[in-house]
Ligand binder design. Sequence first.
Ligand SMILES: *Cc1c(COP(=O)(O)O)cnc(C)c1O
Length: 416
Amino acid sequence: MAGMDNTTVERPTFVTHLECSMTGERYAADVVQGLSREGRPLLVRYDLKLLANSLSKVELLKRPADFWRYREFLPVRQTKNIVTLGEVTTPLQPVSRVQELLGGGPVVVKDEGRLPTGSFKARGLALAVSMAKELGLDKLAIPTNGNAGAAMAAYGRRAGMEVFVFCPEDTPETNLREIAMQGARVWRVNGLIHDCGRIAREGVDPMGWFDVSTLKEPYRIEGKKTMGLELAEQFDWQLPDVIFYPTGGGTGLIGMVKAFDELEAIGWIGPKRPRMVAVQASGCAPIVKAWEEGAEHARVWENAHTMAAGIRVPAALGDFLILKGVRSTNGLATAVDDDAIEEAWAEMADLEGILLCPEGAATYAAYKKELASGRVGAGESVVLFNCATGLKYEMPPVTAALDCHQPVDYTVLGES
Ligand SMILES: *Cc1c(COP(=O)(O)O)cnc(C)c1O
């Protein structure tokens, strides 16, 4: 393998090169890379033949239940560069009452809230920071709606790096505080995520930091890819029919599609793909609009607003990759409004004891909508992504109170 020093590598990795996601042009691995010459995301390519000969499903079963079990599918060359906070395999929770209520097929919630920093951004940032370490970087910057910044602060500080974070001013308060608490320098910016992105980009020269924006470096997507590997293994290599994914920058959707392609290439799954459903909020739905118009790229969404901050992304660098993933799997893109998100949020918690994040609730709202519309069939098995723990978000207030100095009228307690 090119560029490998066999004296320092404990377990082989299989990266051959990076590739422009638009033109297919090759770029060198093992050096710091951002976007391609065309300004498009770079994808990591592996020697999948060699990988297939080096790892078996049986071997995989013997490994610990964290995502480094998929080490051969990941770009880190040397184990000593892995920056970890315990990236557990996240559970699939069946929701049979929901299934009964809606009369659809089997539904499971993939609960990503169990990951370090309480969101699936940990997957991407664990890889980005590990690769930053491997490539000798020690100063990182990121624009974020909250969770990516929190994950970068945690992993960056874990690796002893300097971390700079730029958030839109309406970023959830918990996110801002966890970022600050985890040793990053964080600023509220009076704009949206792309305004924060410009600050991160323009600071590269004067500050000498590396820009870890969504899809502007090649490795966050490799971390998110583990969602697809994990799902395939959890489904015993028979993938579900439909995946509902709350889509902001789309890293996870693109990553899962890549994972399934790699798994098919090594013969672990067949050609069947889950239909990928990109879920957005009605107040910020550029991908849905582009999908409906049959466009290859999305246009910037003006006046973006939604309570689901994680999917408040007016322009996604990987828009064409998201749309390709949706179309190539015969999926769809759909938007739900904040009222439907709030209702779905409360309903899932009440029916199943699962406290989603608002973006996770959006996937449930979208499933209800599309089951009713018939675009998702009653016989189809479904995965809903809950991307963060619900505990990070402000919930409706509680007003009920009891006076412990007065006799309690127990007869009315069951009514409230
Ligand atoms: C980042 C984020 C999303 C969107 O994920 P992408 O892969 O960037 O599209 C959804 N929900 C939450 C909670 C997030 O933090």
